[in-house]
Write a protein that binds this ligand. Structure first.
Ligand code: NDP
Length: 330
């Protein structure tokens, strides 16, 4: 089998030399283990953000969808499709009761996707879907007619948040990093999309949201977020999902003072980690699958082919090459 091992902590953008591809013999299965042939691998921003937490070398973790080819756990017979956090590998042995599985939890059976692509198991009907669904609905508590702003709007999570906000009857404004992304977002129902790289952000937002912003789903942090928060309405809610603008930047950005906006507008701002809601997966998946099937939610995927291209897909995602969820088909 083959797997990616991180051998060196990243400085700035990850480099190919920070990884080794290791070839090794898979051990024979023990009771409670399954052999999985990996079919879809995910690349996500937290792989960058969490890198310094783990001593090197470590196996690159991440969600994947695969097919059980051999099994010593009757709950996962041969032919079952599973979602696990075993990361960037082509085959793996999974202990289905791993006490060290961590916050991502045990592997689980791919939900019945009713004919949709299995790749959605690492996207709209997987971790990013849960992030968008709970991170937005639980923390922002959107009401019909309110104005919602999403940054990282053309990405895996952001594009779902904007569409869920439309389903809930909100007005939605998205920020993304290219004119093509802006065009796509307006095609899938965003009321307005803005290229944060070229626009005068404060002025463009004022024009798009003359009545102010009620909910802000923050994927990026930094100056862009501060500008948005300063245009929020009283009792606005901010869901802080990510801070990708800072992940590859080792020089701390200069501080921007947000506290006056927080106090005088009585904002509620809350960070979260999606693991908080993993036990409520089935609730979210049922809605997400229903919305995809009835056409209210159009998940897009940015698909790269081949095990050897996972690293390039990872850096491409960090650089904004993707519209929708970046996934790799093995
Ligand atoms: P995306 O699919 O959105 O991919 C990352 C995107 O970030 C790129 O496409 C790029 O788009 C954008 N980006 C890169 N650099 C910058 C920058 N300097 N400023 C603004 N945007 C930038 O990834 P995900 O949807 O998987 O993740 C989005 C965010 O959600 C991340 O911050 C991630 O860490 C967070 N997250 C948090 C979770 C949680 O539990 N809290 C769970 C899952 C994700 P563009 O062209 O628009 O710049």
């Amino acid at each position: 089998a083959r797997k990616y091992v991180v051998k060196k902590h990243f400085e700035g953008l990850p480099k190919r030399e920070d990884f080794d591809i290791v070839e090794y013999e898979l051990p024979p299965l023990k009771n409670g283990e399954i052999l999985v042939k990996v079919e879809w691998v995910s690349v996500d921003p937290y792989m960058r953000a969490y890198n310094s937490r783990y001593p090197t070398p470590y196996d690159q973790f991440g969600f994947q969808v695969g097919l059980v080819e051999d099994s010593k756990d009757p709950r996962y017979p041969v032919g079952t499709r599973v979602v696990s956090h075993k990361g960037w590998c082509d085959y793996c042995v999974i202990n289905t009761n791993d006490p060290n599985a961590g916050p991502t939890g045990q592997p689980y059976k791919l939900p019945n996707l009713k004919g949709l692509s299995n790749s959605l198991g690492v996207g709209a009907v997987g971790m990013p879907g849960l992030t968008a669904y709970f991170g937005f609905l639980e923390i922002c508590q959107p009401k019909a007619g309110e104005t919602v702003v999403v940054t990282g709007a053309a990405g895996a999570v952001g594009s779902l948040v904007g569409q869920i906000a439309k389903i809930k009857g909100c007005k939605v404004i998205g920020f993304a990093g290219s004119d093509d992304k802006v065009k796509w977002l307006e095609e899938i129902g965003f009321d307005k999309a803005i290229n944060y790289k070229t626009a005068d952000i404060a002025a463009a937002l004022k024009e798009a949201a003359p009545k102010g912003v009620d909910c802000y789903f923050d994927n990026v942090g930094g100056e862009l977020s501060s500008t948005i928060i300063n245009q929020m309405n009283d009792f606005g809610r901010v869901s802080v999902c990510g801070a990708i603008s800072a992940y590859n930047d080792s020089n701390l950005p200069k501080a921007t003072i947000l506290q006056p906006a927080l106090v005088f507008k009585q904002l509620k701002i809350e960070g979260f980690l999606v693991w908080r809601w993993f036990h409520r997966q089935s609730e979210a998946f049922a809605d997400l699958i229903k919305w995809i099937q009835n056409g209210d939610l159009k998940p897009r995927e940015h698909i790269t082919a081949g095990f050897d291209n996972i690293f390039d897909a990872f850096v491409g995602m960090l650089n904004g090459d993707n519209s929708g969820k970046a996934v790799i088909k093995l």
